[in-house]
Write a protein that binds this ligand. Sequence first.
Ligand SMILES: CC(C)(COP(=O)(O)OP(=O)(O)OC[C@H]1O[C@@H](n2cnc3c(N)ncnc32)[C@H](O)[C@@H]1OP(=O)(O)O)[C@@H](O)C(=O)NCCC(=O)NCCS
Length: 140
Amino acid sequence: MSVQIKEMTIDCYDEIFAMWQITSKRALSEADQREEIEYYLNRNKGLSQIAVVDGKIVGTVLAGHDGRRGFIHHMAVMPQYRRKGIAKAMATRAIEKLAQQGIHKTHIFTYQDNSCGQSFWSSIGFEKRDDIFVYSYEKK
Ligand SMILES: CC(C)(COP(=O)(O)OP(=O)(O)OC[C@H]1O[C@@H](n2cnc3c(N)ncnc32)[C@H](O)[C@@H]1OP(=O)(O)O)[C@@H](O)C(=O)NCCC(=O)NCCS
């Protein structure tokens, strides 16, 4: 199986969004509509990645930064392509691209019951933080 890791562009949006319905439904919000993803990709040029096998998108990762720290979202691989190193390859590429933009520390969020996601992030060297809570505010 030949896997290509490529930059995510907005012309892939429909295929990516269909994939997220399978892999990432719980994590989706209004921030994942086409216009919002296009805005995100334009603000974070070259950082987000897709994995392609036989012309089909089988993996995604959104990567961006705020000028100080990197943030990764929607790391996902289609079920039948898991445990082949695809997520690791996408994360490695995203982290390399962030480093090229001067960003040397990156955070991810994961649901507390997502043991699969947690095992993945630990396996590639992300350190679980027990000293931080995430607080979110929504401007109505
Ligand atoms: C998490 C996810 C992205 C991993 O994708 P993947 O391509 O299978 O991951 P990789 O093959 O690169 O795995 C690298 C390593 O991570 C660890 N790992 C990955 N999935 C794991 C699992 N389900 N259970 C335990 N360890 C796992 C292993 O150490 C693995 O190495 P190994 O296969 O040699 O043992 C994928 O399972 C997925 O899309 N899950 C649903 C979406 C999700 O939860 N995303 C994470 C949000 S925080």
